[in-house]
Design a protein around this ligand. Structure first.
Ligand code: MN
Length: 758
């Protein structure tokens, strides 16, 4: 990665790296531990570390099994040896930091793999231990977690400016396929923030800024409020030490008077609830310093105004009770109009639920009241982590993704219950499982592109002039084909050329509308001569690939081909190629079929009998054998892709076909195709219809199909269980619309219970 080699971790003092010869094979099945270093105490004698290890073990014993605890101990020894010789700036041996991080995760009851990964989270980045060694020692899962954390740590070096924070945060989320990586990273960051005071001031500020800009929003998105509040206060203290101290002092001074008022309010509420025979916990809460500061800045309030607010939380047993308590407190003190918010019916997008109201209290001050159930309180504090903490902790087979999905599921259910279709879940889903990739420009700017975007899409996203003149690309400093799909975190450098121009073939792989329309636009504005020249160049290149050139094509073949393509001259043909109306590869193959044969003789022969051959359904395909893939049965109206297949000409696939991903790796073999208009023929398609086993069900379905003027080419039945049967039909239909009408009709049949196009 680029950037100065400084770490945001409250890193180690400059000690020599330990000589960890972990390549040595384990002897007699013993663990291959890295060798120790005399600079720090041996792991068995490091008191500070052992004290932490013993606390960690006590905590883990409450929810892990014996063998799992043994693995944790082994991870401690492994980590301590790997880091031996390294010290934290606090003067303690390095392993104390991973031990503290592991402890935080144990408080969330995370699984054994997460705890082990937390103990080893810095070994890939900071020691000579490799991912492979970790996998051999502790399994793939742990190795993947540590690798994920290391990738995020490396990204911190990129040091994005403030305006980029949002994208940077999204990129981090996009890079993470396992939520546990984020949880480990958050704990890592929290521990580094707790020990931030040992860092130099400039570095302290940079880390604090990053924490507020990147990690606080992530914690917030995941609903992890306890961690978020602490990160905020620590970040605030480091970034604005003076303001922090002023507010801290003011809060401390006000505390004496406040305590008395608070007591009176609490007692009043408690008594009223007891009178109503309601079980409830009433807790006065103190505002966090950063939220006081934020209220001052965002609402333009003075410190006195912010402090002059009392906050009380009431925790009850059931949802019904929340609303009853609301009524009771509204009765007790007058509510301030317009302040009531029902986050139970409409939860926040991270799953937070509570009733909020503001009362006008006896000393003439506002009282902010939150009312929620115990369960809601747990989610409000731990967010996504609540699913580890409070669900059955023994079922360790439950993966992190299952937990994350469980969490999303609970959000979904809440949304369904609230009946409110607004943004809600969308934000969370987009952040956790994004459809975008995030890449760096050479200057460290972050660009957001849709998944599957290529270097050409990137070039056009930077500027259409860059796109129009791009000639090559370096991805992470290596030359790659322009059609390469981009991956999260890569650095993309486009190499332009003054004579570069868009290639119509790019239309085959670009995915962004901007790239597509820019290329089309360029091609449209070509003069005829330009188009002819470009087309001739592309045709020569395609012929070159087949081991031929235009000069070698004999006149008879040329005349024949021109007639087939229905163009008068070679120039007219080249013009069509240059304008992107006709793929150069197809023309080249028609002109030099021997080259095709020679080239394909080496590739394994594939049977052609399983594809039906239908000419002229595809624009620009004259003179080429066309067939439709049986794996996906494309229909007019589907987005399609042509793939040049040995012995079968151009095979048309649905772009959504599962085989297409494989084809995309061979851009020279596939061709952008479009349906010709005004097709009269019928196309095969496959549907599966699941019916209840009852007499005449199949007949009803078949009758409905033929009523809608479709022929059944084939039908197979497969009994699923005693109750249901799946009918697998191959139907002939005109296009997607025709098929949609058939599906709609079938769905209306009572015995049909599920239906899908294959
Ligand atoms: Mn760390």
């Amino acid at each position: 990665m680029r950037g100065a080699p400084h770490r945001s971790d409250a890193g180690m003092a400059p000690q020599p790296l330990p000589s960890t010869d972990t390549q040595a094979p384990p002897i007699d099945g013993a663990t291959a531990l890295p060798q120790g270093d005399p600079g720090t105490p041996a792991p068995e004698h490091d008191l500070a570390a052992l004290f932490r290890l013993s606390n960690l073990s006590d905590l883990l014993e409450t929810y892990l099994e014996r063998p799992q605890l043994d693995i944790v101990h082994r991870a401690y020894l492994f980590g301590a040896r790997a880091h031996s010789g390294q010290l934290r700036k606090t003067g303690e041996s390095y392993i104390c930091h991973p031990l503290d991080v592991a402890h935080m995760l144990a408080e969330m009851h995370l699984d054994v793999d997460s705890i082990v990964a937390a103990l080893l989270h810095d070994v890939i980045e900071d020691t000579r231990v490799t991912k492979k060694e970790l996998a051999a020692e502790f399994g793939d899962e742990v190795a993947e977690l540590v690798d994920g954390v290391s990738k995020l740590t490396k990204m911190e070096l990129e040091n994005p400016d403030e305006a980029q924070a949002e994208n940077f945060r999204k990129m981090m989320m996009a890079m993470v396929r396992d939520l546990r990586v984020i949880l480990i990273k958050l704990a890592d960051r929290l521990h580094n923030m707790r020990t931030l005071s040992v860092m130099a001031p400039a570095k302290r500020r940079r880390i604090a800024r990053e924490t507020l800009d990147i990690y606080v929003p992530i914690a917030n998105r995941l609903g992890m409020n306890t961690i978020r509040l602490e990160l905020e206060d620590l970040g605030f203290a480091a970034l604005y030490p003076m303001r922090y101290r002023v507010i801290q002092d003011a809060v401390r001074k006000a505390r004496g008077n406040r305590r008395e008022v608070m007591q009176r309010l609490e007692t009043a509420i408690k008594e009223r609830l007891r009178h109503e025979e309601l079980n409830a916990r009433v807790v006065g809460r103190e505002k966090h310093l950063y939220s006081i500061y934020r209220k001052m800045t965002t609402k333009g309030l003075s410190l006195a105004e912010v402090l002059d607010v009392y906050a009380i939380r009431i925790i009850v047993e059931g949802v019904e009770t929340c609303y009853r308590v609301l009524g009771i407190v509204h009765n007790l003190f007058k509510p301030l109009p317009g302040k009531f918010k029902d986050y139970i019916a409409i939860p926040k997008s991270n799953g937070y639920q509570s009733l909020h109201t503001v009362l006008f209290g006896p000393p003439g001050v506002p009282i902010e009241i939150q009312i929620r159930t115990e369960d809601m309180n747990k989610v409000a504090e731990a967010g996504v982590a609540a699913h580890w903490l409070y669900k059955s902790s023994r079922d360790t087979g439950n993966t992190a993704h299952a937990r994350a999905r469980e969490w999303l599921q609970s959000l979904l259910e809440m949304q369904r219950a609230s009946g409110d279709p607004v943004e809600f879940l969308e934000n969370v889903k987009i952040d956790l499982f994004p459809d975008e990739v995030y890449v760096f420009t050479p200057k460290g700017q972050i660009m957001e592109l849709p998944r599957g975007a290529t270097a050409v899409d990137f070039a056009y996203a930077v500027h259409s002039d860059i796109g129009n003149s791009c000639a090559a690309v370096k991805i992470n400093r290596r030359m790659m084909p322009l059609s390469t799909p981009l991956q999260n975190g890569q650095t993309i450098e486009i190499i332009t050329s003054p004579v570069g121009r868009p290639n119509p073939a790019w239309l085959n792989f670009v995915v962004t509308a901007k790239a597509r329309s820019s290329i089309r636009n360029f091609l449209k504005n070509l003069t005829r001569e330009d188009a002819v020249q470009l087309g001739r160049y592309l045709l020569e290149r395609a012929l070159g690939d087949l081991g031929s050139n235009l000069g070698q094509i004999d006149a008879a073949t040329m005349t024949e081909a021109l007639a087939e393509f229905r163009v008068g001259t070679l120039d007219a043909l080249c013009e069509q190629i240059g304008l992107g109306q006709r793929p150069a590869v197809l023309v080249a193959r028609r002109l030099h079929p021997e080259g095709e044969a020679a080239r394909e003789a080496s590739s394994p022969a594939e049977s052609r009998s399983d594809e039906e051959s239908t000419p002229l359904s595809i624009k620009g395909s004259e003179g080429t054998v066309i067939s439709f893939a049986k794996c996906c049965h494309p229909l007019p109206g589907d987005r399609i892709l042509g793939f040049l297949t040995a012995g079968r000409g151009l095979v048309i696939h649905n772009q959504q076909c599962r085989n297409v991903a494989e084809f995309r790796k061979k851009p020279d073999k596939w061709v952008q195709v479009e349906w010709a208009s005004g097709l009269a023929e019928q196309f095969a398609t496959e549907i599966h219809v699941e019916i209840n086993n009852q007499r005449g069900a199949l007949a009803t379905v078949a009758a409905a199909i033929s009523e809608l003027e479709s022929n059944i080419e084939d039908v197979k039945t497969k009994e699923r269980d005693g109750l249901h049967t799946t009918l697998q039909f191959v139907l002939m239909v005109r296009d997607r619309v025709h098929l949609a009408r058939i599906l709609r009709r079938l769905r209306a049949i009572p015995s049909v219970h599920r239906i899908a196009r294959v």
